[in-house]
Design a protein around this ligand. Structure first.
Ligand code: GLN
Length: 525
C-alpha cells in the first residue's frame, strides 16, 4: 500500500472522533471547574485561602496523574482501554459531586460530613480518571499520522479547538444550571458535567473501531501485547508509512538498583517539600515529581546523547511553562473571585453569572486559533516563523501584558466598588494571544522531540508542568486580598490590594519571558 500523501491537507476521520471525545470530556472538566471555587465558598463555606489551596491541589493533581496513566497505557492497557477507564472514573467522580451538592441545606452554617466526604471522593475519582484519559487522547492525535507528517501541527490546532469548544460551552451550561443565587442549585451543574463525561466516553466507544485506525486500517492504541502481534515494527523515519505507535513499548533501560535509589530520593525530597509547605501533603507531590521524574527519564540506559539533548529541551521549556500556567490558571480561582465580587456583571436588567467569564478565554481560542495557524504558516513561508522557544517567550510576555491591563483597571479602586467587565475581558484576550503562542506549540514540539518509546511519558512530563503551574496558581490565588485580613506578602512585597496582586503576575510573566528570551537561541540550536 502506498504511503498516505504527506502533502495532503485533509485529515483522517479519527481526528474528528478524538476531537468530539475530547470536546465533551473538557466540557465536563471545565463545567465542574467553573463551579468548583464557588461551590467551596458558598456551599461548603470554606474561606478564600482554603478554597485556593484545594483548587490548586485538585487542578495540580489532575495533571500529575497522567504520569501514571501514560505509564499504565504504554505497559499494560493501551490508549483505548485507558481512555475508557478514565472516562468512566471521571463520570463517577462528577456524580459524587452531584451527591455532595445534593446534601447542601439552604442556610447551613457549615458543611455536613457526608457532603464533604463525597466532595473529596469525587475529586479523587476525577484526578485518577483524568490521569488515565488526558495523556492518551493527546498522544493518539499524533499517532493517526505517519511520522514527521506535515499535518501534525494543524492536527493539534484542530484538536485544541475541540478542547476549547467544550471549555466554552461548559461554564455557560453548567454555570447557568449551577451558579444561581441559590447554592442548592450547584448540584445541577455537576450533574450536567457528569452527563458530558458519559457522552464523551460513548462517542469514543462507538466510533473507535471504525475510525481510530492507522493508514492500513489497523486499530490504534490497542493493548501492547496485541500491538506486537498486529503490526510489524516500523522505524520512525520520514518516509515510514505508519507511525510506530504500533510498536510495543520496550522494557525500560533503568536498573532495579537505580530505581530504588530514585524512589528513596523521591521520598526524601517529598517529605522535605511537604514539611516546608506547611505539611501540604497533596500539594507537595507535584514539586517532588518535578525534581525526580527528569532523573528517572534520563536514567534510561538506552538513550543516546542526541536523544538526551532533545529531552533536556523539553524539560527546560516545561520549566518556563510552569510560570505561564501559574498566572493563566487564575481563571478558575482569583479571577473568578474578582468576577464575582468586583466586576460589574450587569447587562441591562440581566446579571451575568461570574462563572460565565471563564468562557471568554475559550471563545477567544476558538476564534483566534485558525488565524494563528495561518499566521505561522504565512510567516514560515517567508522564513520569518519564530522558533518554538521564541514563541513561548512571546507567549509569556503577552500574558503579562494582560495582567498589566487589569492592574491598570483596578488602580485606586476600593473593595466595595465594581469595575467594568471590559478589564477582565481585555485581559483574557491577551492571555489567549499568549496561550496560542505557547500551548499548542508545546504539544506539537513534545511530540516531535520525544524519542518514540518515551512519547507518552514525555507528554506526561509536559502536563506535569501544567500540574506545577496549577499548584502555583492556587498558592498565588491564596494571596488574593481580603478586607479585614492581614495583607499577605510575595517575595517580601506586601500585597495590599488588587493592584499589587495583579502586578505580581506582571512581574512573574515578564521575568520568565525575559530569561527564556535570553536562552532561546541555544535551545533552538
Ligand atoms: N486548556 C488546555 C486543556 O484544557 C491546556 C491545558 C494545559 O496544558 N494546561 O487541555
Amino acid at each position: 500500500q502506498p504511503p498516505a500523501s504527506v502533502a495532503s491537507t485533509s485529515h483522517p476521520k479519527g481526528l474528528y472522533v478524538l476531537f468530539m471525545t475530547e470536546m465533551w470530556e473538557r466540557f465536563s472538566f471545565y463545567g465542574m471547574r467553573a463551579l468548583l471555587s464557588l461551590y467551596m465558598g458558598k456551599a461548603l463555606l470554606f474561606d478564600k485561602a482554603l478554597t485556593s489551596r484545594f483548587y490548586g491541589n485538585y487542578t495540580s493533581l489532575v495533571y500529575l496523574t497522567p504520569l501514571l496513566g501514560g505509564y499504565l497505557a504504554d505497559r499494560y492497557w493501551g490508549n483505548r482501554r485507558s481512555i475508557l477507564i478514565g472516562g468512566l472514573l471521571m463520570a463517577v467522580g462528577q456524580f459524587c459531586l452531584f451527591g455532595s451538592a445534593s446534601l447542601y441545606v439552604v442556610g447551613q452554617a457549615e458543611a455536613g460530613t457526608t457532603q464533604q466526604w463525597l466532595f473529596f471522593l469525587g475529586l479523587g475519582f476525577l484526578i485518577f480518571g483524568n490521569g488515565s484519559f488526558k495523556p492518551n487522547i493527546s498522544s493518539m492525535v499524533g499517532s493517526l499520522y505517519p511520522a514527521n507528517d506535515k499535518r501534525i501541527d494543524a492536527a493539534y490546532t484542530i484538536f485544541y479547538m475541540g478542547i476549547n469548544i467544550g471549555a466554552f460551552l461548559a461554564p455557560l451550561v453548567c454555570g447557568y444550571l449551577g451558579d444561581t443565587k441559590n447554592p442548592a442549585d450547584f448540584k445541577w451543574g455537576f450533574l450536567a458535567a457528569g452527563f458530558g463525561m458519559l457522552l464523551a466516553t460513548a462517542i469514543f466507544e462507538l466510533c473507535k473501531h471504525r475510525y481510530v485506525v492507522d493508514a492500513h486500517g489497523a486499530p490504534l492504541g490497542a493493548r501492547p501485547e496485541r500491538r506486537v502481534a498486529a503490526s510489524p515494527v516500523v522505524p520512525r523515519t520520514p518516509d515510514a508509512p505508519v507511525r510506530a505507535e504500533t510498536v510495543a513499548a520496550p522494557a525500560t533501560g533503568i536498573s532495579a538498583g537505580r530505581l530504588l535509589q530514585l524512589a528513596a530520593l523521591f521520598a526524601a525530597v517529598y517529605a522535605a517539600i511537604a514539611w516546608y509547605m506547611d505539611r501540604d501533603w497533596f500539594g507537595a507531590l507535584v514539586f517532588a515529581a518535578m525534581l525526580v521524574v527528569p532523573l528517572v527519564v534520563l536514567s534510561d540506559a538506552s538513550l543516546t546523547a542526541r536523544e538526551k539533548e532533545k529531552i533536556y529541551v523539553i524539560f527546560i521549556l516545561s520549566f518556563f511553562v510552569i510560570f505561564f500556567w501559574g498566572a493563566y490558571e487564575q481563571a478558575g480561582a482569583s479571577l473568578t473571585f474578582f468576577a464575582d465580587e468586583q466586576t460589574d456583571r450587569q447587562l441591562g436588567a440581566y446579571t451575568m453569572p461570574a462563572s460565565y467569564f471563564q468562557s471568554a478565554p475559550a471563545l477567544f481560542v476558538i476564534l483566534l486559533a485558525p488565524l494563528f495557524a495561518v499566521g505561522w504558516t504565512t510567516l514560515g513561508r517567508r522564513g520569518l516563523d519564530p522558533s518554538s522557544p521564541l514563541k513561548m517567550s512571546i507567549g509569556l510576555l503577552l500574558l503579562g501584558v494582560g495582567y498589566l491591563i487589569i492592574a491598570f483597571g483596578v488602580h485606586g479602586v476600593v473593595a466595595s466598588t465594581k469595575v467594568s467587565m471590559f478589564w477582565l475581558i481585555a485581559m483574557y484576550l491577551f492571555h489567549v494571544f499568549g496561550e496560542l503562542c505557547l500551548s499548542p506549540i508545546g504539544l506539537a514540539l513534545v511530540n516531535k522531540l520525544a524519542p518514540l518509546r518515551f512519547a507518552s511519558l514525555l507528554m506526561a512530563v509536559w502536563f506535569m508542568a501544567t500540574a506545577a503551574g496549577n499548584k502555583l496558581a492556587g498558592v498565588l490565588s491564596g494571596l488574593y486580598p481580603e478586607p479585614g485580613k492581614a495583607a499577605p506578602h510575595f517575595l517580601g512585597v506586601e500585597i495590599s490590594g488588587l493592584y499589587e496582586f495583579f502586578l505580581m503576575f506582571v512581574a512573574l510573566s515578564f521575568a520568565s519571558s525575559l530569561v527564556l528570551f535570553l536562552i532561546q537561541r541555544r535551545l533552538t540550536r
